[in-house]
Design a protein around this ligand. Structure first.
Ligand code: CUA
Length: 333
């Protein structure tokens, strides 16, 4: 040991720890599949934190282990240890390093949040778009496949990911509204213990959320009773749903398939059962689904009305009038 200077050993240890930490940050496999344009932002941030955490873990645990072995008390040694008190330089160092890390992560997290549309819902998607077309994140094998609606004429079909259907990224005028830069608006109502969806532009109120791949979707959310929280883990988006105040969430799905919608705010006894599904479809499938849902809704209403007997049909009206249905049928045969 004496031949090698301590500074060189420290340097080598630093390089090794950095390499290990970087490798762990890129290979932790802790997160579910990335299914939205927003997901890579969150995951990159998470990876940075995993990397820093790994380095700190190795440094702290390594130091403990090293000192335990090297300065182990020999048998029969009953003397006191060397009284060590204070080390100004060291104290500055171990205050400064965590401060820099925490402040840096804070700034980074706000940046990610803003890119995802958390701060200014209207303008934020432009950031996501410009970032997506810069074709980053390919190192993590992500799927930023779809160009944004706002720039459908832009031919930068940003990524070459094969798991998504590139032919579905042209956005026709279907289901678009004036506001929110052409996003597909869906009203979401949370209640104990269900999610209700309403597509104002499509005229459907389905039991689960269907969205076309590659299109910006804007969820306008409100709660009927208590606070809930809308979460799709694969999209890496989460937003509280609050009574008396509308909240918003926006995303662009980049992977076909079904993903769970989870309520992630303890909202009552059956909070755990408050789940739904988001189905990401190609544009053709999505449009087909809208038509089928419309037809099903109409025929359901017709069937419901047709299957009622006279008194059943009149019951709600009779109740309003405060008389029996038979009376009402008699009055209005
Ligand atoms: Cu709604 Cu938990």
């Amino acid at each position: 040991m004496n031949q090698i200077p301590t500074s060189l050993l420290t340097l080598i240890a630093g390089v090794v720890i950095t390499l290990i930490s970087f490798w762990v940050s890129q290979n932790h496999h802790l997160l579910p599949v990335q299914a939205s344009e927003q997901a890579p932002w969150v995951d990159d941030f998470f990876s940075v934190m995993v990397g820093i955490g790994t380095a700190l873990f190795i440094v702290v645990q390594g130091t403990i282990l090293f000192f335990t072995l090297k300065y182990h008390k020999p048998d029969g040694d009953e003397t006191d240890g060397v009284p060590i008190e204070g080390n100004f330089a060291l104290e500055i160092l171990w205050t400064a390093i965590p401060s820099i890390i925490v402040i840096g992560l804070g700034v980074y997290s706000v940046d990610v949040y803003e890119h995802m549309g958390g701060i200014s819902a209207g303008s934020a998607m432009a950031h996501v778009h410009s970032a997506a077309t810069h074709a980053h994140h390919d190192t993590m094998g992500t799927a930023i496949a779809a160009p944004m609606i706002a720039d459908a004429s832009d031919e930068t079909s940003s990524s070459t990911d094969s798991s998504t259907t590139s032919s579905t990224t042209r956005i026709p005028a279907y289901g678009l509204t004036e506001n929110h830069e052409g996003g597909l608006n869906v009203n979401v109502t949370a209640m104990q213990y269900a999610w209700l969806f309403d597509y104002p532009t499509e005229g459907v109120m389905p039991g689960e959320l269907h969205v076309p791949i590659g299109q910006k979707v804007v969820l306008n959310m409100k709660a009927q009773d208590v606070i809930h929280s809308f979460w799709v883990p694969q999209f890496r988006i989460k937003q509280d749903v609050i009574p008396g105040e509308q909240t918003q969430l926006q995303f662009v799905a980049t992977k076909l398939g079904e993903f769970p919608i989870v309520c992630t705010e303890l909202c009552g006894a059956y909070h755990g059962g408050m789940r739904s599904t988001v189905v990401v479809q190609t544009r053709e499938d999505y449009e087909k689904w809208v038509e089928e849902t419309k037809i099903a809704q109409v025929s359901e209403t017709n069937r419901a009305v047709a299957s009622l007997s006279d008194s059943e049909f009149l019951a709600p009206y009779a109740k309003d009038l405060g008389i029996t249905a038979e009376h009402l049928a008699h009055l209005h045969p």
